[in-house]
Design a binder for this molecule. Structure first.
Ligand SMILES: Nc1ncnc2c1ncn2[C@@H]1O[C@H](COP(=O)(O)OP(=O)(O)OP(=O)(O)O)[C@@H](O)[C@H]1O
Ligand SMILES: [Mg+2]
Length: 237
């Protein structure tokens, strides 16, 4: 379980998170939604300890993450932008991350799933965007951690890879894992997310199931419901 309590973060007087609260639990897929720059990645990085929050607290399985790094072993994370050394070969990267994490992992099945065998001896900077994303997905799903955090997992994927990603997410959810993700792809969110958390300008405007959001906004689609939340906020300004 992850509990986020009244967290605040500002970058050089630019307030990005302004008192965010939520709780997410195992066995469910949660999608953090919100326009570009609304603070989703900052939120995720705060949970991972990659961004130091100014105020508030984050608890994982009841313990605060403050001054702790060990808890990260229980999280598999797909960053929105992965910056691995571009002269590494794909197979070298798999080996390197496995060595760093120092836990048993087998990427064979995932390499097969995403048809990455032809790329194992290629350098990262020679891969297409979507292939790079598949490599990043293998790195995320090859470790069997109870929490999975995915920042824009669909980025650049072709339809076949999308289908495989969805299968993977459902498989991990069935193992009672907690999956927290961001995505701008509405269809993907509608299909995958049990609950959505809608973040706008550092404040949560809605958290709950999609049908409840549709009812609250009196809209018939998630896309319209989100547009409604955003325009309502703009009108208030
Ligand atoms: N390290 C940083 N230093 C300064 N400003 C930052 C930093 N990281 C993020 N920001 C700012 O914080 C705001 C929120 O950024 P964030 O990356 O969390 O947005 P996001 O919701 O993930 O957007 P997107 O949908 O584009 O991924 C932006 O205005 C961004 O410029
Ligand atoms: Mg982001």
């Amino acid at each position: 379980m992850i509990k986020v309590e009244n967290i605040h973060k500002e970058f050089k007087r630019h307030k990005v998170l302004k008192g965010v609260d939520f709780e997410v639990n195992p066995g469910k897929v949660y999608a953090i939604l919100g326009p570009n720059g609304s603070g989703k990645t900052t939120m995720i990085k705060s949970i991972l300890g990659m961004v130091r929050i100014d105020n508030g607290a984050i608890y994982i399985d009841g313990g605060t993450i403050k001054n702790s790094a060990d808890y990260r072993k229980n999280i598999d994370y797909l960053p929105q932008i992965a910056n691995f050394p571009s002269n590494l070969k794909v197979k070298e990267l798999f080996k390197m991350i496995q060595n760093i994490r120092n836990v048993q992992a087998d990427a064979t099945e995932l390499i097969d799933l995403f048809k990455l065998q032809p790329y194992l001896n290629k350098k990262l900077n020679n891969l297409s965007g979507g292939t790079k994303q598949k490599v990043n997905l293998v790195l995320t799903f090859m470790f069997d951690s109870p929490i999975i955090i995915l920042d824009e997992p669909t980025s650049g994927l072709d339809p076949v890879a999308m289908v495989n990603l969805k299968k993977l997410i459902l498989r991990e959810k069935a193992k009672n894992k907690l999956i927290l993700m961001t995505s701008h792809i509405i269809g993907f969110v509608e299909e995958m997310a049990d609950d959505v958390i809608f973040l706008l300008e550092g404040v949560i405007y809605f958290k709950g199931e999609i049908p409840a959001l549709l009812a609250k906004t009196q809209q018939h689609s998630l896309e319209n419901a989100i547009a409604h939340l955003i325009t309502q906020e703009n009108n208030e300004i």
